[in-house]
Design a protein around this ligand. Sequence first.
Ligand SMILES: [Zn+2]
Length: 268
Amino acid sequence: MIARMASRFLKALGVTVTVGAVGAILLAERARPLRKQKREALPRIARNVAMGAACQAMIAAAEVPATQAVARRNAEQGRGIQHWLGGGMLGKTAAFLAMDYGFYLWHITTHKVPFLWRFHRVHHIDPDMDASTALRFHFADMLVSLPWRLVQVRVSGVDPETLKRWQGFFLLSVLFHHSNTRLPGGWEKTLSKVVTTPAMHGIHHSRKLSEMDSNWSSGVAIWDHLHGTYRDHVKQEDIVIGVDDPQAERDTELLPALLAPAREDGGR
Ligand SMILES: [Zn+2]
């Protein structure tokens, strides 16, 4: 009885913290904008929300059941990094970090493999960046990335609860670093040592290839520091957000964006 009440309390606390964090991000990007927006906000946000809803449906139908099934087998069979390290706090932390590092590697791959770039490009085409950009992914991208996600879950040996924690952290991180928030004082410098920040990810969304090919982290930021792919010497006001290809303008709109991966001319 007490255990059930404690579990309900923790769940309610988790929901409250998440709702509070999302609200804080949405307020912060309006109160302290990082970059000047070029386009009218509402049509762009509506497009991004529509694309995000399709992605969420795909995640709920395919990614969650598949990754949870592999995570359950990890726990039952005691396999993967988490269980090699004993399955306790050390193992859970290692599995959490392994999931995050797996995503860093995947993100680089989506830029370098032309077939995968066709899908990830749809995300980068957004001509302005704010929290709604975090929703702008092609729904088929969720399917294309599923095999690698299952490899991440299998190799990390993550258990179902730790997987949910990483997914929650990752979702908030993605919302935060896409937001158009100028962090106060030295926060940017300090935070970007640990987690992906809006200024850091803004450089990754630059049209310039030399800038786009940096700051690949999406959750924990240490991967960029460890691999020497971290970049901060770019002024935010000098960044032109988007993709430098002739079809980018057309593919900003909803229907062309959804059709873009099937076209021959959408490559890098
Ligand atoms: Zn990217």
